[in-house]
Design a protein around this ligand. Structure first.
Ligand SMILES: N[C@H](CCC[C@H](N)C(=O)O)C(=O)O
Length: 266
């Protein structure tokens, strides 16, 4: 089985094109096996992408986290799938279906953009003490569960230690959440660190997390409702901007995609 090892701004995936989850395979188990950093290919997730139609261009995309759980939304997995669909089929614009939600995608030479749907925002969803300071977490649903804390310095926080406490907080059970720490980084710019549920670690970037961060930072007056640069651990920023037709509901997230290597699974 051929695969791509590909990353969207540092969020890395094993991407299999032409597969769907109802093949006679235990895909959650395959995800765990392939994503293992030492004994597998190593990735934050396994992505299956399948062409549904060429005109209009539509693909079905399924994303499993490294622990085998399903991600109902993964912005970077969608961006990587769109990049691969351009390479394989020549599409520059397409629709990608993930967990029943249709996302738009636009691929250019140096960036790939996808739409992210923003639903419920709950200010001050949780509070915990971080480095001796009471810290609030707002929640923002961007296709999957995210909470966002605005802090003074993201690098003064251990995102794994604090992220795990919030991710397993009884008030958020049973779903849990992805956890984002965000600081202002100048004009229309933020700096972010993300602890991802399902990877159970800090990842180098997160598309739906970047959108959650921008939505919360906008609500809190840190940035205006225009394009925002989100600096991440990868040093490959993502840009988030409102969709012209549905600015309150839909955001675009865009940035680089890198196809690291291709191979054949043993
Ligand atoms: N990294 C992803 C989000 C993965 C979400 C996943 N960890 C979950 O909630 O199950 C992104 O680029 O949007």
């Amino acid at each position: 089985m051929r695969f791509r090892k590909i990353h969207g701004a540092g969020n890395d995936f094993v991407l299999l094109s032409g597969h769907e989850p109802d093949d006679d395979k235990d895909w959650p188990k395959e995800a765990e096996r392939l994503c293992a950093r030492r004994t597998g290919v190593g990735a934050d997730g396994l992505v299956l992408s399948r062409l549904v139609s060429e005109a209009p261009a539509v693909l079905d995309v399924t994303c499993f986290n490294a622990d085998g759980s399903i991600a109902t939304m993964c912005g970077n997995a969608l961006r990587c799938s769109a990049w691969a669909a351009r390479r394989d089929h020549g599409f520059q614009q397409m629709r990608l279906r993930m967990a029943g939600v249709v996302h738009e995608a636009v691929v250019s030479d140096d960036s790939v953009w996808v739409t992210v749907e923003v639903s419920q925002i709950l200010p001050r969803r949780l509070q915990t003490v971080v480095n001796g300071r009471p810290t609030w977490f707002d929640s923002a649903h961007t296709g999957t569960e995210h909470v966002v804390a605005i802090v003074g310095n993201v690098d003064a926080i251990d995102p794994v230690v604090v992220g795990r406490i919030i991710r397993h907080h009884p008030d958020l059970a049973p779903l849990g959440t992805n956890v984002n720490f965000v600081q202002s980084a100048g004009h229309q710019a933020l700096k972010i660190r993300t602890y991802e549920r399902g990877v159970e670690a800090e990842t180098l970037s997160c598309g739906s997390g970047a959108v959650a961060a921008v939505v919360v930072a906008t609500m809190r007056g840190l940035v205006a409702r225009r394009a925002v640069t989100v600096h991440n651990r990868a040093g490959e920023p993502l840009t988030v901007r409102p969709h012209n037709a549905r600015p309150n509901r839909t955001q675009w997230v865009g940035g680089p995609v890198t196809n690291t290597f291709e191979g054949v699974l043993a």
